[in-house]
Structures are given as C-alpha cells and as structure tokens.
Design a protein around this ligand. Structure first.
Ligand SMILES: NC(=O)c1ccc[n+]([C@@H]2O[C@H](COP(=O)([O-])OP(=O)(O)OC[C@H]3O[C@@H](n4cnc5c(N)ncnc54)[C@H](OP(=O)(O)O)[C@@H]3O)[C@@H](O)[C@H]2O)c1
Length: 282
C-alpha cells in the first residue's frame, strides 16, 4: 500500500492491535484504532456503520476471544466472536471494497506433527479456541475474497497477559519456576508480526499465510532466554504436559513454516524477545 492509505484496526487495545496501530502509523498510513469500547465487533450494525463511515482500504481484525482455557466452557461466546463476528467484519470490509486481515493460530493443528506445519497441512484443532479460530478463517474467507488469513503463534506484546510477563512476575517473586519442556513452538513478538502484516498488505497475495518468528523452542527454553535477557536470577525447573494439566490441551509441536515462495520472514524469536524487553522498558 502507498503511504497514507486508510486502515481500520478492530481490537486495537490488545497486544497485536496496539502494535498494528503503531506499525501502520510508522509506515505513514492513516489509522483508525478501534478498541473494544469504541467498537464491539459482535454488534453487527455498529461494525457496518463504523466501516461504512471510515471507508478504509483495509480492515485488520485483531479483536478475538483469546482465553484458551475459558473457551472450553464458553464455546458459544468464543464462536460468536472468533467466527460469527469475524465474518461480519470481513463482509463489512467487502461492502466498501476493503481487504481484511484475520489473525489466526497454530492451535488449528493438533500438534502431532514432526516438521513445521505449512499452509496446505490439514488443520485438526483439539480445543474449542482452535475450532472457533478455524471457523473464523472459513467465515472471513467466505465473506471477503480479498482476505489475508495470518496464522501465528505464542504471541507476546504490550497490553496483554503473556508468557514473558508471567515469567518475570514469578521469577522476581519466587526465584524459581516450573515450565513444560515437551511443547515446542515459535514465540512471536507482536511488534515483528505487525510489521510483517503491514508488509503483507502491500501485496495482493490473498489467502492463507503462516507468519511466526524464525526458529523454535520449548516453553522451558523460552523461559531460560527470558531470564537471561532480562538479567533476572531465577532457576527454571522443567516439567511435562502430563504433569501440568490444563483445561484445553496444548499442541505438543506447533512450529509454523510457509510454502509461499516470496514469504515475509520475521526475525528470530530471540530478537523479538529483545525487542519486547526494550519496548516495555522504554
Ligand atoms: N496470544 C497468542 O498467543 C496468539 C497466538 C496466535 C494467534 N493469536 C491471535 O492473534 C489475534 C490477536 O490476539 P492478541 O494476542 O492480541 O489477544 P488480546 O491481547 O487478548 O487482544 C484481543 C483484543 O480483542 C478485544 N475484544 C474482545 N472482545 C471484543 C469485542 N466483542 N469487540 C471488540 N474487541 C474485543 C479484547 O478486549 P478486552 O481485553 O477488553 O477483552 C482485546 O483487546 C487474535 O486473533 C488471536 O486469536 C494470538
């Protein structure tokens, strides 16, 4: 997109939403940032009115039901937001000729793979959250042919509860933490992802994209890197998924790769971690 193009960001108060607004403004785009208070995406009339009023070139839908464990007992609410409302946002964008970005998740896969999942791999979500996000991909694509479905993973960023914050809080308080070592994925800083999405919007490569940080690690490795980079003394003890049961089963392996020839590659996760730690300190 040429600088100065108009963008609407829904869910602008969340981790990705905040960085989307920043990244797009940095590239001199004109951004209307709509947090939950400004626009509840489950209110269809309000969504259509807001997008009709703004008439953007692109709508980035960062609003979502992201409480993975809570969704197991709250599937209707998760489906309404992640799928039904996402379809409304995509359709309202289509009505004014705008493309739409729908961020999705590695949780659409069951995690039994042994090599990075690519776009043509069959999804098979094992959680309600993953099922609702997959349904959101389908509804978004059906409502707007000019869609970018961007699957990403293990996000951390300003303005939300995330693993880095949890580790730093426990580490500073207890000086010891227990972390699972048998789940492997790609921790991705929302600052890098948002910049990648802004670049993607410059293309007409509509469709499904996997976009995570380069490299892979376990939550245990990630915790070690967090304490090392933050300069916090904390001993990290490893545990297993079986010993650390949660309501929603986590995929054991959910590294994302891409089949796009000219894919936008994000920096390595360690670089993202450094960027986030610097960002939160500034
Ligand atoms: N977090 C991850 O690890 C991860 C991994 C892969 C993909 N994703 C996807 O990435 C996207 C962004 O997630 P995130 O990590 O930035 O999540 P987040 O920090 O939880 O942000 C989601 C935002 O949506 C808002 N929201 C909730 N209900 C809304 C509604 N009815 N109308 C408007 N806004 C509403 C939330 O507001 P309140 O805070 O006020 O509820 C919050 O600001 C989501 O699509 C998510 O599925 C996330």
């Amino acid at each position: 997109m040429l600088p100065g193009v108009k963008l609407v960001v829904c869910g602008a108060g969340g981790m990705l939403g905040q960085d989307m607004v920043r990244a797009a403004r940095f590239m001199n785009h004109e951004v209307t940032a709509l947090d939950r208070e400004a626009l509840d995406i489950s209110n269809e009339r309000a969504v259509r009115r807001a997008i009709e009023r703004e008439r953007p070139a692109a709508v980035v839908n960062c609003a979502a039901y992201t409480a993975v464990d809570a969704a197991e007992d709250d599937s209707d609410a998760a489906m309404r937001l992640n799928a039904d409302a996402a379809g409304t946002v995509a359709s309202a964008a289509a009505a004014v000729g705008a493309c739409v970005v729908y961020p999705s998740t590695d949780y659409v896969f069951d995690g039994t793979g042994e090599r990075p999942y690519v776009e043509s791999d069959e999804p098979s979500p094992k959680t309600v959250y993953g099922q609702t996000k997959l349904a959101g991909e389908v509804d978004t694509a059906a409502a707007n042919p000019r869609h970018f479905l961007v699957r990403t993973s293990w996000l951390f960023g300003t303005g939300g509860r995330n693993f880095v914050e949890t580790m730093l809080e426990i580490g500073e308080r207890d000086k010891q933490v227990l972390v699972v070592r048998d789940q492997v994925g790609c921790p991705t800083w929302t600052g890098h992802l948002a910049a990648g999405i802004v670049r993607l919007l410059d293309t007409d490569a509509y469709g499904l994209h996997h976009m995570s940080a380069q490299g892979e690690c376990s939550w245990y490795d990630f915790a070690m890197a967090i304490f090392e980079q933050a300069g916090v003394e904390c001993s990290v003890l490893s545990t297993t998924t079986a010993e650390f049961a949660r309501p929603a089963p986590r995929p054991a392996y959910s590294v994302l790769g891409t089949q796009w020839q000219d894919a936008i590659h994000l920096p390595e996760w360690q670089v993202g971690l450094r960027g986030y730690l610097e960002d939160r300190a500034s």
